[in-house]
Design a protein around this ligand. Structure first.
Ligand code: B12
Ligand code: SF4
Ligand code: SF4
Length: 449
């Protein structure tokens, strides 16, 4: 669909606004234009940083997974405890502890846990591993015995993107392999003795072979209607749907590449931070909320990745005004229940051991965020719900808003968002009622997602 109502120039932003073809080649705008500070020369800087605006200083250290909030909840006193173990257990129905409160009742946990079910089952595929969360997926059949000719890297990239969309991805982009965004060491929770606070965290060597050349980043949209009920156990179903879909898509895409005789490793939350790869792959821009915002779904997406040695061409990073918009907007930091999102400028100071050293960025307080989750016995994503980019972009108003937000009239866009787009919480009972109300015929076309 090519509808171009604004101006006459063929600008990149217009591509996101009016062209709905997902795998269409994206245009590139150099990021130096909008990054306020200079890129610091450091031995950890890479040429791609000029395009993404990343500032990676001399004190940068690759992150070790034992220090992320989930891993720490198994070995580090400030995040350990009964509440944390109850929180994880609640994803298995017998331990769900439904309560009377709106959004935390039996039906809500039943749907949330069902949504997570496929990702949870695949996680347990190989004994002693936690695949998709701490370990790479190993659920693969033998591929083809020799490398198959698939054309030039450009042609092969188009083939792979087409396959990714067909296998379930909502967005796909390709980045060159970058060892900075691969965990130095990974973590294996299963080796810890449960209930002991003085356990040494068990770091395990990174499994991903170093000779990978590319990272294919896939994104799955999380349903808007569920996200509107955040915070609630019901809204956790939107993450579960994203995870279960991501697991299936990435494993299938890795198998496709293996069937062409190349190496491919599907991973989800394991292996390394997804966000810098998503940005380098041209899918998104970084935001104050510490999340990657896409022009198609805002931050309401989950990412998964496939590392491969198949010759591909990397996409270019994109710019559609998010960082400048975040500099005038504080909706996420104002709404975050435990005040975990910064209100100030990006900084290279980590808040705790759960943050990477040496990267200048907005950083979320992982301890505050995770403790809030434990206190309400389910995950949260208020920061996604309240974000002005949390739209469907399937109508003229949203697309016009996206265009405006990327211009110097961003304050007007913020005002319009306040005025016309209600990101207020909807009750879980609203969600159940609307969607179970006598639809004559149940289809995603009639009741939407
Ligand atoms: C651990 C984790 C958490 C922890 C906190 C992170 C931590 N520091 O421990 C907790 C449990 C609190 C959490 C919360 C949430 N998470 Co989380 N989380 C992860 C996970 C599994 C690991 C990230 C990690 O290694 N962090 C440790 C270090 C690297 O943290 P950090 O230095 O503070 O860096 C953060 C960001 O600055 C960015 N980042 C990392 N390196 C670099 C480098 C540069 C240059 C830049 C610009 C950014 C950047 O990514 C990190 C995200 O934690 C990722 C999956 C993955 N493998 O990436 C999902 C992930 C980041 N989470 C995600 C989401 C959606 C959420 C929540 C909304 C919860 C929900 N309902 O889904 C909240 C949002 C909180 C927030 N506003 O940041 C999505 C983000 C999608 C997106 N659109 O960007 C991811 C990618 C999972 C996924 N499958 O898609 N999360
Ligand atoms: S997930 Fe909730 S608690 Fe965590 S940063 Fe977002 S709004 Fe705050
Ligand atoms: S709520 Fe505002 S400040 Fe926060 S990520 Fe969204 S646009 Fe940026």
């Amino acid at each position: 669909m090519h509808i171009i109502p604004f101006g006459s120039n063929n600008t990149p932003v217009r591509d996101y606004l009016f062209v709905k073809k997902r795998n269409q080649r994206r245009h590139h705008v150099p990021v130096e234009k909008y990054m306020p500070s200079q890129i610091i020369a450091s031995s950890h800087a890479r040429p791609i940083d000029k395009e993404t605006g990343f500032k990676v200083g001399a004190d940068f250290q690759r992150f070790s997974q034992k220090n992320d909030a989930f891993a720490r909840s198994t070995w580090d006193a400030p995040l350990q405890g009964k509440r944390a173990s109850n929180f994880f257990q609640a994803y298995l129905m017998p331990h769900a502890k439904p309560r009377k409160g709106e959004g935390y009742q039996h039906l809500d946990y039943a749907l949330r846990n069902a949504a997570w079910h496929m990702a949870t089952m695949l996680r347990q595929f190989a004994p002693g591993r936690s695949e998709g969360f701490q370990d790479l997926y190993s659920i693969h059949e033998e591929g083809w015995h020799e490398k198959v000719e698939t054309g030039t890297p450009e042609e092969t990239t188009a083939i792979v993107k087409n396959a990714a969309i067909m296998l379930g991805a909502d967005l796909v982009g390709v980045a060159d392999y970058d060892e900075r965004w691969v965990y130095d060491k990974t973590f294996r929770r299963q080796t810890l003795k449960p209930g002991l606070s003085d356990n040494e965290p068990k770091e395990v060597p990174q499994e991903l072979p170093e000779h990978m050349t590319h990272c294919i980043v896939l994104a799955s949209e999380m349903p808007l209607s569920l996200n509107r009920t955040v915070p609630s156990a019901l809204s956790g179903a939107s993450s579960g749907i994203g995870y279960s879909k991501d697991a299936s898509t990435s494993i299938s895409l890795a198998q496709f590449i293996r069937n062409l005789g190349y190496e491919a490793y599907a991973c989800m939350n394991d292996t390394g931070p997804s966000i810098p790869y998503a940005i380098q792959a041209g899918l998104a821009e970084y935001s104050r909320a510490g999340l990657a915002i896409t022009p198609e779904f805002g931050s309401r997406v989950r990412f998964t990745r496939v590392f491969t040695n198949l010759p591909l061409t990397a996409d270019k990073p994109i710019e559609f005004g998010v960082q400048k918009f975040c500099s005038v907007c504080r909706k996420c930091s104002d709404a975050c229940p435990p005040q975990a999102i910064p209100k100030g400028e990006p900084t290279s100071e980590p808040i705790s051991i759960s943050n990477t050293k040496g990267v200048t960025k907005w950083t979320t307080d992982a301890d505050k965020c995770f403790k809030f989750w434990c206190s309400q016995n389910t995950e949260c994503s208020v920061c996604i719900r309240v974000c002005p980019y949390n739209r469907t972009f399937d109508n003229y108003f949203d697309r016009a808003w996206l265009w405006l937000a990327g211009t110097r009239f961003r304050r007007l866009a913020l005002w319009l968002d306040d005025k016309f787009n209600s990101h207020t919480k909807k009750k879980a009972s609203w969600w159940w009622k609307v969607r179970t109300a006598q639809a004559k015929r149940y289809s995603s076309l009639t009741i939407g997602k």
